[in-house]
Design a protein around this ligand. Structure first.
Ligand code: UDX
Ligand code: UDX
Ligand code: ADP
Length: 466
């Protein structure tokens, strides 16, 4: 089966970039991305490609190349679904905020709405692909809806999880470590559907990197990959605390173990805790699924990754309070960084939010500087926790446009994100304008101990007991 038209439901962080790259690499396929959100579609259609709603290095060029040629962004979902032989579902799957599984399970109502819409509209056989991160066995729910409320047309369901990371989305899409496609290879129609999607990726990805599995393995692999990556961070963070007690250095340990080819060097950077939209959500999901099958030891095992991450954020805040003579009440603390990692303006689940919340509970006064996060986002993140009134957050927290202004007359500087520019600040100047004794709490292990101590700073660095 040769595909000529693709529809993608959901023009978000995953759907937008992924479809842009498919359209770029397959000019013979017409790709239409639809969304309910009118403002988002309008932004994707903005004549100025630098104003598209997702900021990723290189993405504007990809969109500029394909948009209007074979890449379209539209509100008319019915039309695009009807025309396409292949439909990707790439809508959001937030953690449930109500009912059974509240706070852990994925909320699948948007997925179900998509399945019902496809069932209503489709007049010819279609391949439906789940692209969103979903709990295992979601494909069977989608299939059940399509088969029972559809117009008698045949649907093949594939799972094709996305592994791109923020900040490197285009590079990850152009040169993926692997493409994973789950499908039903026990039937002729199932094999044809799998092959149709393999064929699309094979336009730019070497075939040996395109893995096919059954649907359940594919669904579970995505959760497993994120759980493993997060687990590495929690493992190294657990040991960072031991290093601080023993005089070992976590960076030296990471280097020493990372050279073991069985372990590998990546994702061993100790930090103030992982954030981002995926890790916590996917692990909570994994824990919920395990528990729902009665696998309590499995659930308990993975839950520890989250518990350790929460501990890491909290002990960083406690370290600051303890070091500042057990009180931060009324003291100015400068935050360098608010984003969950460098090179992004995304703050979802960022460690900075939770560290700030604990310090505010101790009545600290915080000034935040982040090169990409606007003030409104900082306040929205704090308000969302509902720990205190919105105007109190605005009283206690200021957002500075200039880093030196943020650090002026502060008792302490806390580094929450590993932005490159923090490494090259004039620390002598910072010292001169701070209150004494001047403390630096480095939650990302990026500043130079010798240089700072020579200036006169008292330095605490995660994972360093020297
Ligand atoms: C281990 C370390 O590998 C080695 O670096 C250290 O110096 C001593 O301890 P060893 O005990 O000889 O070496 O065996 P290893 O090959 O690491 O296996 C340990 C156990 O893990 C075995 O029971 C093995 O069957 C099991 N294992 C290993 C698995 O179950 N799955 C795996 O993927 C790998
Ligand atoms: C992650 C996965 O990497 C990606 O494959 C998946 O599709 C989505 O989730 P992302 O959330 O964009 O991507 O960021 P990632 O680079 O994985 O970092 C996640 C968090 O872990 C960040 O807060 C980062 O600072 C932290 N981290 C990462 C560490 O603290 N130490 C490390 O060594 C690596
Ligand atoms: P992700 O990071 O998974 O891409 P986002 O929240 O960035 O998640 O994007 C998901 C997009 O899906 C949003 O723009 C949302 O408006 C859209 N969406 C959700 N449900 C539907 C639906 N039934 N039809 C069309 N678009 C939808």
């Amino acid at each position: 089966m040769s595909i000529t038209k693709i529809c993608c439901i959901g023009a978000g962080y995953v759907g937008g970039p992924t479809m842009s790259v498919i359209a770029q690499k397959c000019p013979h396929i017409q790709v239409t991305v639809v969304d309910l959100n009118e403002a988002r579609i309008a932004a994707w259609n903005n004549p100025d490609v630098n104003k598209i709603p997702v900021y990723e290095p290189g993405l504007a060029d990809v969109v500029a190349e394909a948009r209007g040629r074979n890449l379209f962004f539209s509100m008319d979902a019915d039309k695009a679904i009807d025309a396409a032989e292949m439909i990707f579902i790439s809508v959001n799957t937030p953690t449930k905020t109500y009912g059974a599984g509240k706070g852990q399970a994925a909320d699948l109502r948007y997925i179900e709405l998509c399945a019902r819409q496809i069932a209503r509209v489709a007049k010819q056989d279609k391949i439906v692909i789940e692209k969103s991160t979903l709990p295992v066995r979601t494909a069977s729910s989608i299939k059940s809806i399509l088969d029972h409320v559809g117009n008698g047309v045949q649907f093949q369901i594939l799972s094709n999880p996305e592994f791109l990371a923020e900040g490197t989305a285009v590079a990850d899409l152009h040169q993926p470590d692997r493409i994973l496609i789950g499908g039903d290879n026990t039937t002729t129609e199932g094999r044809a559907a799998l092959e149709a999607l393999v064929e699309i990726y094979a336009h730019w990805v070497p075939r040996e990197r395109i893995l096919t599995t059954n649907v359940w393995s594919s669904e579970l692999s995505k959760l497993t990959a994120n759980a493993f990556l997060a687990q590495r961070v929690s493992s190294i963070n657990a040991l960072s605390e031991l290093c601080e007690q023993t005089g070992a250095n976590i960076n030296e340990i990471s280097r020493a173990i990372g050279t073991d080819s069985r372990i590998g060097p990546k994702f061993l950077k100790a930090s103030v805790g992982f954030g981002g939209s995926c890790f916590q959500k996917d692990i909570l999901n994994l824990v919920y699924i395990a528990r729902s099958y009665g696998l309590h030891e499995v659930a308990h095992y993975w839950e520890q990754v989250i518990i350790m991450n929460d501990h890491q954020k909290s002990r960083f805040a406690k370290k600051i309070v303890r070091t500042l003579y057990n009180t931060v009440s009324g003291k100015k603390i400068a935050f360098l960084g608010w984003a969950f990692k460098k090179d992004t303006n995304d703050t979802r689940e960022s460690a900075a939010i939770y560290v700030a919340d604990e310090l505010l509970a101790e009545q600290a006064v915080i000034t935040v500087y982040d090169p990409r996060v606007p003030a409104g986002q900082v306040y929205a993140d704090l308000d969302y926790l509902k720990s205190r009134a919105a105007d109190e957050n605005r009283d206690l927290v200021k957002v500075a446009a200039d880093p030196y202004e943020a650090m002026k007359e502060a008792h302490a500087v806390a580094i929450l994100t590993e932005w490159d520019e923090f490494r090259t600040y004039n620390w002598q100047h910072v010292y001169d304008v701070m209150l004494k004794p001047a403390f630096v709490f480095d939650g990302r292990g990026i500043v130079n101990r010798e240089a700072l101590e020579q200036i006169g700073f008292h330095l605490y660095r995660i994972g360093s007991g020297e």
